[in-house]
Design a protein around this ligand. Sequence first.
Ligand code: SF4
Ligand code: SF4
Length: 310
Amino acid sequence: MSNMEPSCDTSKKGLVFNIQRFSVNDGPGVRTIAFLNGCPLRCKWCCNPESQELKPVVMFKAQNCVGCGNCEVVCPTGASNLNFPGKIDHTKCIACGKCIDVCYHRALEMSGKWMTVEELMGELYKDRVIYRKSGGGITVSGGEAMVQHEFLLELLKACKAFGWTTAIETTGMASPEVIEKIIPWLDVVMMDIKHIDPEVHKEYTGVNNEAILKNALLISSLAKKMIIRVPVIPGFNASPNVIAAIAKFTTYLHNVNELHLLPYHDLGSNKYGMLGKEYELAGVKKPENEFMEELKAIVEKEGLTCKIGG
Ligand code: SF4
Ligand code: SF4
């Protein structure tokens, strides 16, 4: 820790798309989760598709729209178009918010807000008593929070200046330089390993897993505590063989003895329509409890502590 500057630049700006309070599933104690925009992956089951780009996005609630056309009139770029699938052409939208101001039926909303570290800390500070009493703190999530590594670093330094515990939920997809800079500021790293096979990984997430698996080793050598998390997705990795392979890989990491299995859910599926996107996993069912217990037993066979859920 001797190489860390004691001060932090609280004027640094980052794009934040959600702040979730009173979470008990994302690290020790009661935590506030700051969700940061930007992600190099495109997982088909992503429950935060509005976070993937590093820019604010307008979301359209078709059920509220009365077709008045106000939004089209004020849009300076032609992005707001009632004939366009999903209503907003995101390739043209500059997120000026003019359409939202004139939509009196609340059919449009902006996701993603540029905030300084100071502004975000002001929000996080509201729950400081709960962090202290519960042994909780701040969890950063995404997207992939390390995409905005300069902002993230200053945020983590600010949290540490208050003595709060810090955790991250990460895809593990970042350069080794960024990982070496960020991980020492975290008390807990919760990293996804989604599949061992590079081709299947690429088909469902848009990227090869080679860098992620390498980074898992690097992160495990730097982290104070690391937990591997596996989203269990039917048709992708929900099989005893795949989970056994991920559990085996986990045993090769430095000082990692915990793996969490996160059963698939479709809670974010409605957001795809709001972004004019297709939800490719429509109709996929949540894995049965009995099956999850079977997978848990496979993980435990490798000598790992296994939990189903967060
Ligand atoms: S945010 Fe601005 S650019 Fe984007 S659709 Fe609305 S009015 Fe058009
Ligand atoms: S202003 Fe709102 S209600 Fe009117 S057409 Fe646009 S999205 Fe629909």
